[in-house]
Design a protein around this ligand. Structure first.
Ligand SMILES: Nc1ncnc2c1ncn2[C@@H]1O[C@H](COP(=O)(O)OP(=O)(O)OP(=O)(O)O)[C@@H](O)[C@H]1O
Length: 327
């Protein structure tokens, strides 16, 4: 740290500014401060800058104040949550995995890349809010669950149809990913269903660290899941594993679990496709009701939360570098 300010100038700086001072000097009436803002969100950075400027305004010999900020680049990993077809609960799983990963200690953000049918603002309960833009970057919208979110659902009016062509959809997606994610170290990306242009852009441009495939237990859904797997294989994106959603029906009256689509099929299919089976989430009315109300079950304490926590633990282990999800 090089401080070349007269004591009657530096003495005016508040502690939160001096604690982050990398260098400071005064030359020909211009005070130049370099602050290390690693780990601070945009708003906190702005406050620090204002505090520094206010403190030096009118200080002896200071006519102008310049504040520069440096930050360690956060190495951020992306995990894509994908499915071969719509309606299998991919968005629900993505929300709850983001919450469970955050509870397990990661700093997590959520990108709703399902730009034709964004549902994350409803699932995270921050519908109707608009992201700000700072220096041409979008600032994610905070949620009650500690997960910042960016979604097309925040940028267009609810129910408004989005009929973009591939390249526009790709650039919209890029804006969501290349946003001001602050200190988030992990971005969970809710992919659009299927295997089209947006998925390709995502893979080529942002190279997710891995993909989690969501399927329901039916044979047909599992065949679609295989298509999603082969898309990621082609793009050289490793598959973290398969999550079986709506895997057994929990009776809301007696709590009894039945298996309308049989059991064990998804696990066997994962084995056949040569990927780890990450776990199953039951078909449970509570999950739907709480999701609709913007309260992810993973934030609670029930058996549903535990199911998501187990899967999140496997994903976190995989990301930590073992490269293999323990099943
Ligand atoms: N395990 C579950 N138990 C009960 N309901 C569920 C479960 N998972 C998802 N749902 C419900 O199923 C519906 C579809 O889920 P969701 O929107 O997450 O699917 P999706 O695969 O992302 O769909 P789309 O591809 O259309 O975006 C929602 O009403 C959701 O609440």
């Amino acid at each position: 740290m090089t401080i070349e300010l007269p004591a009657d100038v530096s003495g005016r700086l508040p502690d939160d500014v001096t604690g982050r001072l990398q260098s400071a000097r005064l030359s020909e009436g211009t005070a130049t401060l370099v602050l290390d803002v690693s780990g601070l969100e945009g708003l906190a950075r702005d406050k620090l800058e204002v505090a520094a400027r206010d403190a030096l305004r009118g200080a002896p010999g200071v006519r102008e104040v310049r504040v520069a900020m440096t930050a360690d680049r956060v190495t951020r990993k992306l995990v894509a949550v994908a499915s071969g077809k719509g309606g299998v609960g991919k968005s629900t799983v993505a929300t709850n995995l983001a919450v469970a990963l955050s509870r397990a200690g990661s700093r997590v953000g959520l990108v709703d890349a399902d730009i034709y049918g964004p549902s994350q603002p409803r699932l995270l309960g921050n519908e109707g809010q608009k992201p700000e833009a700072r220096d041409k970057q979008l600032v994610p919208v905070p949620s009650e669950w500690g997960i910042p979110l960016l979604s097309m659902g925040h940028l267009v009016d609810p129910g408004q149809a989005i009929a973009w062509r591939g390249p526009m959809a790709g650039s919209a997606l890029a804006q969501l990913v290349d946003a001001e994610w602050g200190d988030a170290e992990l971005l969970v990306v809710d992919m659009p269903p299927g295997t089209g242009d947006v998925q390709l852009t995502m893979m080529q441009r942002f190279k997710p660290a891995g993909a989690v495939i969501v399927s329901t237990p039916q044979d047909l859904a599992l065949m679609d899941a295989a298509r999603a797997v082969s898309l990621f294989d082609q793009g050289g994106i490793p598959i973290v594993g398969l999550v079986e959603n709506m895997a057994g029906y929990v009776c809301p009256h007696c709590g009894n679990v039945s298996d309308p689509f049989g059991s064990g099929g998804a696990e066997a299919a994962a084995r056949e496709m040569g990927m780890p089976f990450l776990g199953r989430i039951p078909l449970d009315t509570t999950i739907r009701q709480e999701s609709d109300a913007g309260r992810p079950v993973a934030a609670g304490e029930g058996p549903q939360a535990q199911a998501f926590a187990r899967i999140a633990g496997r994903i976190a282990g995989w990301l930590e570098g073992s490269g293999e999800a323990k099943t």
